[in-house]
Design a protein around this ligand. Structure first.
Ligand code: FEC
Length: 309
């Protein structure tokens, strides 16, 4: 095995419904959910068929990035999966890589935008797990990677083209990412600005005029979360004359609960109540444009480190 490897880091999902409580407790940093919160989360998983496809999709993305690296001339680089809230955890993957002789780990989070509360936490965990055993350098963000922007642009054009002609006239595109507690704004966190940069780049590629950014899937906690929430934004758009909303969940790279429930069920139902057309852009999942882009991001990181070493 090469001394260099990639640690692909992703959110994680319960592999079995029996693991839901442990998963939710982990997300809540060890605080078990109330029976009501757990039942509500179980209801959302049941509504999408009882199971999120996230684990299978994440594994397929990891295999695809490894393949793309091999095709780009680095068949020696292994890509291991480490997850934030489910096994195999980030710490398990780091231990396996270090135990196998890896001394240099490039961390790649399967989420495009940097926040201290997302990529920052993945980074801290990977670096703590590797301390004294391997050097870890994590790609902070890749929200303007050309293959990712290209995927989003064509996915958006497909949905806009498929809208009924009368709805298309005053269609509005909402680019979304997972909301985070508002306190990140006091710390100059780049997360909101990076989502706006992704959105502006896709809007420029597609010649889009009516678009804005909204936030989705805010946690069920008492503190304020970044807004506008996607559901509120849809109500405001309908009130100001929009006939259709197309949601582009640019903050996610795969189909999972927050896309399949929060958008395809909850937001679609809100659109029906508001009397407007609704569409959601396809997720990149295993599209080669995403996988090649991510392999490119890793190779850039390695090249930059070779220059500065
Ligand atoms: O399909 C699945 O099974 C998992 C889908 C899933 C993804 C995801 C991505 C992100 N989250 C982020 C932040 C937070 C914060 C909290 C939080 C809570 C939840 C809950 C579930 C959940 N998240 Fe998530 N997230 C996914 C699923 N997330 C389930 C718990 C129930 C709920 O509140 O809805 C609040 C924690 C707390 O209570 O203290 C904060 C961010 C991302 C995108 C970046 C990434 O992928 O890492 C940020 C996928």
């Amino acid at each position: 095995m090469s001394e260099t490897a990639v640690l692909a880091m992703a959110y994680g999902t319960p592999a079995e419904p029996e693991q839901l409580e442990a998963y939710y407790t982990h997300i809540r940093r060890g605080r078990p959910p109330t029976p009501e919160l757990l039942a509500e989360l179980r209801r959302r998983y049941e509504a999408i068929g009882g199971h999120s496809p996230l684990l299978e999709l994440t594994r397929a993305q990891v295999a695809g990035i490894e393949r793309a690296l091999a095709e780009a001339g680095r068949p020696d680089i292994r890509v291991a999966l480490g997850m934030k809230h489910a096994a195999p955890f980030i710490e398990d993957a780091v231990a396996e890589l270090a135990g196998g002789g890896v001394r240099r780990i490039v961390g790649l989070v399967l989420a495009p935008h940097y926040s201290r509360m997302s990529v920052g936490e993945y980074t801290e965990r990977a670096q703590a797990a590797a301390a004294g055993r391997a050097a870890v350098s994590v790609v902070p963000s890749w929200h303007l990677a050309p293959g990712y922007l290209d995927f989003l642009s064509t996915a958006l054009e497909d949905e806009l083209r498929a809208l009924p002609a009368e709805a298309d006239e005053r269609a509005h595109v909402l680019f979304t990412a997972h909301s985070l507690p508002k306190r990140i704004l006091d710390e100059d966190d780049p997360y909101p600005a990076q989502l706006r940069e992704t959105a502006a780049a896709v809007a420029a590629c597609t010649g889009l005029e009516r678009w804005s950014v909204a936030w989705q899937s805010a946690g069920r906690t008492p503190e304020p979360w970044i807004g506008p929430d996607v559901l509120e934004a849809m109500s405001e758009l309908a009130a100001s004359g929009a006939t259709a909303v197309v949601v582009c969940p640019a903050g996610f790279v795969a189909d999972h609960l927050e896309v399949l429930y929060d958008l395809d069920i909850e937001a679609a139902s809100r659109a029906r109540e508001l009397g407007i057309a609704f569409a959601r852009t396809a997720s990149p999942n295993t599209d080669p444009r995403l996988l090649d882009a991510l392999a490119g991001v890793v190779l850039d990181r390695l090249a930059r480190e070779a220059v500065t070493a």
